[in-house]
Design a protein around this ligand. Structure first.
Ligand SMILES: NC(=O)c1ccc[n+]([C@@H]2O[C@H](COP(=O)([O-])OP(=O)(O)OC[C@H]3O[C@@H](n4cnc5c(N)ncnc54)[C@H](OP(=O)(O)O)[C@@H]3O)[C@@H](O)[C@H]2O)c1
Length: 304
């Protein structure tokens, strides 16, 4: 079968002819039609997501056919601790396999693995109908879904994106575009009770300043930088809760529930996955480049 494999860290992937995976006990063989592209794949390529044995097949999520029918795969170490979905076939532990609901476009389903589970977990834990939510990085794979899920939870939602046009169609009450220094003024009218922060960098400190007293800021990504300053006095005087979220640290049962939940909303038309582009597997390095250079809105998907 064909697979896109990493042969050396910080190097492009190569399309190789390799032997089919042999599923072990409790594993399912899936013939993939599509794979999602996620920032963690690029981090893994660059050696920043654990030292895997090379050559290695990345890819955390995807869609394909098992003997039982069409399925979505995500989790169980796929593309991180075991060969992933950038391949024609993959062996997946049964806990990482979920039925693809009827009527859901496989391309869209390929965009909900890691991104969908993360958005679901963030919104499920932090957001109630009473909340005023600010989503930073709202044009990304996670952000586009987080805005919609927070809306469907009944919250008031504002979206932040570099280009408002990238987030205007998601149902947020308002879309703002500003740098970290301008965040507080830009959201003064909202006075968010919850900030979902996929940006980090200077944005996290700005979010702590901008959030309402007693509010919650959850950092789930550092697309704008892994370091920044936080005014501790503001943090404690306003009684702000600052926490992190990592989907990779979620219990397998919660991951499965989140994935099933997202797919149900997708099937019911309550949320939609924003697909930027579908590229062939052979263009995997171009897909990574587009992600790194911020030339994608929503999800990039590989057609296997
Ligand atoms: N914690 C978890 O479990 C988890 C799970 C999935 C992802 N993540 C992380 O969460 C983040 C978002 O993931 P994703 O899949 O949504 O990634 P993505 O599709 O690449 O989206 C990234 C978003 O960040 C924005 N952005 C990037 N660099 C920026 C900068 N310097 N200043 C302002 N905005 C910037 C992009 O907006 P533009 O339109 O302006 O480019 C885009 O909206 C990533 O850091 C990823 O590693 C974490």
């Amino acid at each position: 079968m064909k697979a896109a494999r990493l042969h050396a860290f910080r190097s492009p992937l190569r399309i190789d002819e390799v032997s089919d995976p042999q599923p072990g006990a409790g594993e399912v063989l899936v013939r993939l039609s599509h794979a999602g592209v996620n920032p963690i794949d690029v981090r893994l390529r660059d050696g920043g997501a654990g030292r895997v044995e090379l050559p290695f097949v990345p890819g955390c999520d995807g869609v394909g056919h098992a003997d039982s029918g069409p399925v979505v795969v995500y989790g169980a170490g796929l593309g991180l601790r075991r060969p992933g979905t950038y391949a024609e076939r993959v062996a997946v532990p049964a806990k990482g396999v979920v039925r693809l609901p009827q009527g859901v476009d496989p391309v869209h389903a390929a965009g909900v693995g890691l991104a969908g589970v993360t958005a679901w977990a963030l919104v499920g834990r932090e957001v109630t109908a009473a909340d005023r939510v600010l989503v930073l990085g709202a044009s990304g794979g996670v952000g586009t879904l987080a805005v919609q899920l927070a809306r469907s939870a009944g919250a008031t939602v504002w979206a932040h994106a570099s280009d408002p046009a990238d987030a205007e169609h998601l149902g947020a009450e308002r879309v703002i575009a500003c740098d970290a220094a301008g965040l507080r003024d830009a959201v003064r009218e909202l006075e968010p009770t919850v900030v979902l922060d996929g940006l980090g960098g200077a944005f996290t400190g700005a979010a702590v300043t901008a959030v309402a007293g007693g509010g919650r800021v959850t950092v789930f990504g550092v697309s704008a930088g892994g370091r920044g300053e936080i005014d501790y006095a503001t943090l404690y005087r306003k009684s702000v809760t600052l926490r992190g979220h990592a989907s990779l640290a979620m219990p397998a049962a919660d991951v499965r529930d989140a994935l099933v939940g997202c797919l149900e909303l997708l099937a019911g038309g309550q949320v939609r996955v924003v697909i930027d582009d579908v590229l062939p597997l052979a263009a995997v390095n171009e897909a990574h480049e587009r992600l790194v250079t911020r030339r994608a809105t929503g999800k990039l998907v590989l057609a296997i």
